[in-house]
Design a binder for this molecule. Structure first.
Ligand code: GLU
Length: 373
């Protein structure tokens, strides 16, 4: 392979359920082998790969039918418990053929809420990469239910690639990319390139879902735009095509949709906060003066003196939304006081800021990163 572009130094690859399972949900070992072969080539070239693989629930479902008393949530938990083991043992066996050690990382949305958990997960994956162990990530479906779930593994793959500072994210599904209509229907064309997050392509996208995966093209496109806005190239491509991953890395002319990375780079803490939008525990209203300071040119912390109201109850260290006097959210950050103390000291000149600048993100500055969460 000719020299590898830096945008492929560290790559996250998301494999959808529909790519690696057959019509009955059982794992398609031949397809998995094709993907493993492709990843192994990159790996041997020194590219760091993080795999995010779905398929656990589908694989489990093909193994057993729960009793009538079992509700659908429990059924999915059981299927995931069975299927995740099958999925991982298949991967370990297949990567073993190439002498690559593969290890499992199970994530839940909660793991991204707490900064300590987040850093633990980040350190774990970094240590695996350093030791040439290939991380294979999936959602911990046995404990993630409903509102505590990722929307789908596309969202998880976005969060992982952002957390791990990947250069590119490749999302493999069973179509060639994003089309200007329903794929396969006359007149519907593949969108080859999306240049920046202002380009409105959602109007074109058909959200027809097929088979076993939770995610559709609309979520893929919104995740892709958000991640590209963080400076990561995103490719949506067809995982049923042999050598699709190496072809993308080699810049071969094959069909896919490429979301071109913007040049923006955010600090690690701010990226974590950008993904924490859905975890805000409470909110504070700030006065005009504080709003102007926060939105001004100079980086500012949010001081207690600028806060006029406290909403909800939160602990010190929780993520809190910042609202203006018209109730519009202007940002969020990690509070240094609990809600009780904040109530007690509203408007006072306290030494410690309510949210320190390093732990504060403004919606205006990270609009694309936060709004879709
Ligand atoms: N985590 C699920 C699984 O492995 C898949 C979620 C999705 O389809 O995005 O079965």
């Amino acid at each position: 392979m000719k020299s590898i572009k830096p945008k492929f130094n560290r790559v996250a690859i998301k494999v959808g359920s529909n790519v690696i399972t057959q019509a009955d949900g059982s794992l398609n070992s031949r397809r998995m082998l094709r993907i493993v072969e492709d990843v192994a080539i990159l790996y041997k070239q020194g590219i760091e790969v993080i795999l995010i693989s779905s398929g656990a629930v589908a694989a489990g479902r093909s193994e057993m039918t729960p009793s009538k008393k079992t509700n659908i949530i429990e059924a999915k938990q059981i299927w995931a418990a069975i299927g995740q083991v099958k999925l991982m043992s298949n991967y370990q066996f297949l990567f073993g053929k190439y002498n690559i050690a593969a290890g499992q990382v199970l994530a839940s949305k909660e793991s991204f809420r707490d900064r300590r958990h987040y850093l633990n997960m980040k350190n774990c994956i970094a240590a695996m990469l350093e030791n040439k162990v290939l991380p294979i990530v999936n959602e911990n479906d046995t404990v993630s239910v409903n509102e505590l779930m990722f929307t789908d593994n596309d969202e998880l793959s976005g969060m992982i690639s952002s957390m791990m500072d990947c250069n590119s994210l490749i999302i493999l599904s069973n179509v060639d990319g994003i089309y200007t209509g329903i794929p396969g229907v006359e007149g519907s064309e593949l969108i080859r390139e999306v240049k920046d997050d202002k380009e409105d392509i959602d109007q074109f996208i058909s959200d027809v879902r097929s088979g076993f995966g939770r995610g559709g093209m609309l979520t893929k496109s919104s995740i892709a735009r958000k991640i590209a806005a963080q400076g990561i190239d995103v490719y949506i491509a067809n995982g049923m095509r042999d050598a699709v991953i190496t072809d993308i890395v080699r810049d071969k002319d094959i069909p896919y949709t490429h979301f071109i990375a913007s040049h923006k780079k955010e600090s690690g803490v701010k990226k974590w906060l950008a993904h924490s939008g859905t975890f805000a525990r409470g909110a504070v209203t700030v006065n005009e003066g504080a709003k102007d300071a926060l939105l001004g040119e100079k980086a500012s912390s949010l001081l207690m003196v600028g806060i006029t109201k406290v909403h909800g109850s939160f602990k010190k260290g929780d993520i809190v939304s910042i609202l203006d006097e018209d109730n519009n959210r202007i940002g969020l950050g990690k509070s240094q006081y609990d809600s009780k103390k904040t109530e007690q000291h509203l408007g006072e000149k306290m030494k410690k800021p309510f949210i320190h600048y390093h732990f504060l993100v403004l919606d205006e500055k990270l609009k694309s990163a936060i709004s879709a969460l």
